[in-house]
Write a protein that binds this ligand. Structure first.
Ligand SMILES: *Cc1c(COP(=O)(O)O)cnc(C)c1O
Length: 418
């Protein structure tokens, strides 16, 4: 049963209520390895579902365009104060609706249309909003893209420096969606300094690891840091932008009135709750456990003959190149899903296949670590993954794996499920 219980929804709209219950059960029974997903606490769910959703509050605390902000102002101030304390940043804006709008605010603040931006190419592990062609950021700006080295699968900082010297970007993005290795923020900062660019560190995936001390922090290196709040940070769907004092004003003006109207106050409250949880000492243990689990999963997959981009992982994420297993990413992800193991198909660097059916799958350990799985479980998960991709066409066998998966997960409580 979904928790908090949903009796009013069940009475008013049984059709939607049934779907919400079905999703809660699905999340309970599966090994969820989508690297950008997690389970939020029941407290975060309650804040998200609160009456704060009823309130409009365009502007910032103390400077709003609507009356009645007696409660919303302290809610937002609490989220801002906790964000600054958690990351040690001068300034925090907690209003961006999600990670993509947060990145758009960086463009709005520091670039004019047609100006040059530099970011990691999507197929190499970057994000759409770092200047990829199909995104507004690639259409409306002049985008130059860096990648990873073919032999190492890791970002080539010499290439980044040469490109930056040649192209003079106004903004350089570092970070991405499928980077299994530590991001060298000081090295990026040196390059950005040399060419006079603003360095924007997009830590959407690793924010929880940074907060918990399991990945180096970009604070003090990147003038601007964008992040989602719902991946390893384990908050509601939303985003934040952290800046140094000098870059605070243009970012605030870009978020509102540049790009957005009223902030989602129920989300802001839930971000405050999640940040409060991340400030607890136990969150550091959680962040380190995520990395231990990813490392153990990587080792177990290597033992079973899987090829991993960059040969392993430093963080929460493992990028598997399935070429050697004789199956493409999409059929593998579909087979895994039927086997109770949720992942997404993903391009690998220099992928010879098409983006809609690439060669890899991306795995992450943030969600299963929240459920309480440990490094001891990772060989079993690797075995299920291996079995599932071998018998990808054998539905009944995939169903048998799914039953074993559900059996294991039944022993590990899920916040949001009673
Ligand atoms: C997830 C992600 C985003 C975008 O977040 P949305 O909330 O999906 O818009 C931006 N940048 C990176 C690196 C991400 O991983």
């Amino acid at each position: 049963m979904h928790e908090p219980a949903i009796p009013s929804l069940t009475g008013a709209d049984p059709e939607v209520a049934r779907l919400v219950q079905a999703e809660a059960r699905r999340q309970f029974e599966k090994v969820r390895l989508i690297a950008s997903e997690n389970y939020v606490s029941t407290a975060v769910l309650e804040a998200t579902g609160s009456v704060l959703t009823n309130k409009y509050s365009e502007g910032y605390a103390g400077r709003r365009y609507y009356e009645g902000q007696q409660v919303v102002d302290p809610v937002e101030e609490l989220a801002v104060a906790r964000a600054k304390a958690l990351f040690g940043a001068d300034h925090a804006n907690v209003q961006p609706y999600s990670g993509s709008p947060a990145n758009l605010a960086v463009y709005m603040a520091f670039l004019d249309p047609g100006d040059t931006v530099m970011g990691m190419a999507l197929p190499a592990g970057g994000h759409l909003t770092h200047g990829w062609g199909v995104s507004a950021t690639g259409k409306w700006f002049r985008s130059v893209q860096y990648g990873v080295r073919k032999d190492t699968g890791v970002v080539d900082l010499d290439e980044v420096r040469d490109l930056a010297r040649a192209e003079h970007p106004k903004v350089i993005f570092c970070g991405g969606t499928a980077i299994p290795r530590t991001i060298d923020f000081p090295a990026f900062a040196e390059i950005a300094d040399e060419v006079g660019a603003v360095l924007a560190a997009d830590i959407a995936h690793i924010a929880g690891l940074v907060a918990g001390g399991a990945h180096p922090s970009p604070v003090g290196h990147a003038q601007v840091i964008t992040t989602t709040t719902h991946k390893t940070l384990r908050g509601p769907r939303g985003a934040m932008i952290l800046t140094d004092a000098a870059h605070a004003k243009p970012i605030d003006k870009a978020v509102f009135p540049g790009l957005q109207g009223g902030p989602h106050n129920h989300t802001t409250a839930a971000i405050a709750v999640a940040l409060g949880e991340a400030l607890e000492p136990s969150f550091g243990l959680y962040a380190h456990a995520i990395v231990q689990n990813a490392r153990a999963l990587a080792v177990a997959l290597l033992d079973r003959g899987f090829d991993l981009v960059s040969g392993g992982t430093d963080n929460h994420l493992v990028l598997v190149d399935l070429t050697g297993k004789g199956i493409a990413g999409k059929p593998a992800a579909k087979a895994l899903d039927r086997a109770g193991i949720e992942a997404n198909y993903n391009t690998v660097p220099f992928d010879p296949r098409k983006p809609f059916d690439p060669s890899g799958v991306r795995l992450g350990t943030a969600a299963i670590t929240t459920r309480g799985l440990t490094a001891d479980h990772m060989p079993k998960i690797a075995e299920w993954i291996d079995r599932a991709v071998r018998v990808a066409d054998d539905g009944p066998e995939l169903d048998r794996i799914a039953a074993e998966v559900a059996d294991l997960m039944a022993g590990y409580p899920m916040p949001g499920w009673a």
